[in-house]
Design a binder for this molecule. Structure first.
Ligand code: SF4
Length: 443
């Protein structure tokens, strides 16, 4: 469904931006910039040039909140007109207006389509608060998006919000309940990106595995449709919810040639008692990962774990340690638990000290580093297909990823040889570290 043409009624403004948070928030930033650009405003990269600064904030955990506030205070001290958008605006509107009186506007996660109107009002000296409680908005037309990342891959948001209520998470209170985009609009996106020469689609949402449940569609169905789109070479989806990883989904990954053999499924913990307190599904994770590996040859499994959750005992942690040594995840992110205002877990007993949380995180990462190094060493001498993300023709070097690596969070391939961003080249792996592969392009 094409968006109506929005044209600014006012003198074009130079709009600068700060993007914070996850790939889902990045899609929002780029769509807001696209709407402003399309309406005649000038999007500028340099803060000093900007009449107005749009700050798309993150509020997932306290560190993210602090980073958002730091950016806002910096801009306020520089006398900038600030428009605060995103999760922090949605969650903390009252506090924010006190904290940043210089802010000219607050735009919630359900109100991003109004950004042109907001900029127009701010440019006329008005103060605007546009926040919908329990947002239900979902952007269907991605065609005006102004991309600020490299061109080899693109994040495509397929759904918004979440119906789960994990006890450590406040995302549903900022993003609303789960809702999917239409299958047609996503396939339209893919065709448009293929025409633009994008090689990889990365599907994102709080929980991609619930896709289409409102209208009888499903993630496997969407993936099979995207697999038909000419020009796209790789398709990846992130944030699978553990007990929604069906055999049909695994078979779809195995059978569709453009689907990378990669499953990102945050488990958050592995001990039943901790999972119950997290309000997360209790399951046999060893059997789960084995089922994934049995159904998809050569698959790499990524997960995320939280350490130091309230009530996590030494015994629970030992169980977690033994489990990751048994499962040997191919990719692992370990996060330190922290209280977040408004999360159920904030009120739980059995808090673990920051020092102990840090010790536990370091211990798991140390173990994983050994596991990752061994897995990477087994790749030496192999020629792997690498999607080139960036290249330096003068130095004859490039940086890219294998199908088993998502941008920014997984391994990189540091390559030698002529290569063009967006192309997939065979690279012979010569040496490795726990998180990087080094090799030479084969022609
Ligand atoms: S699945 Fe849980 S952790 Fe993920 S967004 Fe939903 S509530 Fe938060």
């Amino acid at each position: 469904m094409k968006q109506t043409e929005i044209v600014s009624a006012n003198a074009p403004q130079k709009v600068g931006f700060v993007h914070l948070g996850c790939p889902k928030n990045l899609v929002d930033t780029e769509n807001m910039l696209g709407l402003l650009h399309n309406a005649g405003h000038k999007v500028v990269g340099d803060e000093s040039e900007a009449d107005i600064m749009l700050v798309n904030t993150c509020s997932f955990i306290d560190k993210a909140q602090e980073e958002s506030v730091r950016n806002l205070v910096h801009l306020a001290e520089n006398g900038k007109k600030i428009i605060i958008t995103g999760c922090l605006a949605q969650k903390f509107q009252d506090e924010l207006l006190d904290l940043i009186p210089e802010a000219k506007a607050l735009v919630g996660t359900g109100d991003m389509s109004k950004i042109v109107e907001v900029v127009d009002k701010v440019s006329r000296g008005e103060r605007v608060i546009s926040i919908t409680q329990d947002p239900t908005y979902i952007l269907e037309d991605d065609s005006k998006r102004l991309h600020i990342t490299v061109g080899s891959y693109v994040y495509v948001k397929i759904a918004e919000g979440c119906d789960y209520r994990c006890s450590f998470c406040i995302i549903p209170s900022m993003r609303g309940d789960f809702r999917s985009r239409s299958l047609t609009s996503i396939v339209e996106d893919a065709k448009r990106y293929a025409e633009k020469g994008v090689s990889e689609l990365i599907l994102v949402g709080q929980d991609t595995t619930s896709y289409g449940k409102e209208f009888g569609a499903s993630l496997p169905q969407l993936l099979r449709e995207l697999n038909k789109v000419d020009g796209i070479q790789w398709i990846r989806f992130m944030y699978a919810y553990p007990n929604l990883v069906s055999d049909e989904l695994l078979d779809t990954i195995a059978e569709c040639e453009k689907l990378v053999k990669y499953l990102d499924c945050p488990l958050q913990h592995m001990h039943p008692e901790v999972l119950k307190r997290m309000r997360r599904p209790v399951m046999d994770h060893v059997a789960f990962v084995q089922r994934v590996r049995d159904r998809i040859p050569d698959v790499k499994v990524r997960t995320g774990l939280i350490v130091g959750f309230p009530g996590e005992t030494e015994a629970h942690f030992d169980y977690l340690t033994e489990s990751i040594q048994q499962v040997k995840f191919d990719r692992l992110g370990v996060f330190e638990y922290s209280d977040v205002e408004g999360a159920h877990s904030q009120g739980l007993d059995g808090k673990v000290s920051k020092k102990e949380i840090r010790r536990r995180r370091n211990k798991l990462m140390e173990i994983q580093q050994g596991i990752s190094l061994k897995k990477n060493q087994a790749l030496i001498g192999q020629a792997l297909d690498v999607l080139v993300d960036t290249a330096d023709p003068d130095k004859g070097t490039f940086e890219g990823r294998t199908q088993w690596d998502a941008p920014e969070i997984d391994n990189r391939v540091l390559g030698k040889g002529p290569a063009i961003p967006g192309e997939i080249v065979p690279v012979e792996i010569k040496s490795v570290t726990p998180y990087d592969l080094k090799g030479v392009a084969q022609f």
